[in-house]
Write a protein that binds this ligand. Sequence first.
Ligand code: DC
Length: 228
Amino acid sequence: MKKIIIAIDGFSSCGKSTMAKDLAKSVGYAYVDTGAMYRSVTLYCLRNNWINDGVVDEEKLKEAIPSIKIDFRYNAEKQINETYLNDENVESEIRSLKVSNSVSIVSSIGFVRRAMVAQQQAYSVDRGVVMDGRDIGTVVFPDAELKIFLTASPEIRAQRRYDELKTKGENVSFDEVLENVKQRDYLDQNREESPLRKADDAIELDNSYMTIQEQKEWLLQRFEERTK
Ligand code: DC
């Protein structure tokens, strides 16, 4: 069967990665979480103290970017792919609120985006990949055979994120998480470089009131339609 590229874009905490991972597993495709790549670059900046008062030291970052290596490795015990930054497992650390609060500014920098997009395109020379992010259907793979644009209300997304952070033991309030979700929506949609927008040929899905199983079945049906 012909292999295709599936692009899943949408707002933060919409459940893009859950849907993308499930589909990749069901159909035997690779899965690439592009948000994890921008989060890793952000973590690298924070560790070097290159973000101060919302401003990134772009000169230092530009010099360092060729030496920032990000890859994904399979953890057989947990049965998930984990993100590695220069050979260190950073899967948990990149999901912290500290990283979430700074990732929008790092991901709005043009040279950061160009470096990440080049890596993302290289992951899929043989197609057969499910990739989630903000610009996959518009910039990374404008020719993707299946494009999905996910939405859900900010309150529902904040609740999902809050539950996730609480499970991990992070000390956060719901209002703080909601504020971060809304702020990232604004920044993602209004930045100059590759702003978040629905590709003209993407299928929109509001999953506010859908269960994970319902979303999984819906996506599998779209995949089967495209690969028939
Ligand atoms: O999907 P996520 O919340 O893990 O993404 C983290 C941030 O990275 C998000 O605020 C926007 C940015 N991002 C992006 O600009 N382009 C992508 N393809 C993926 C994520």
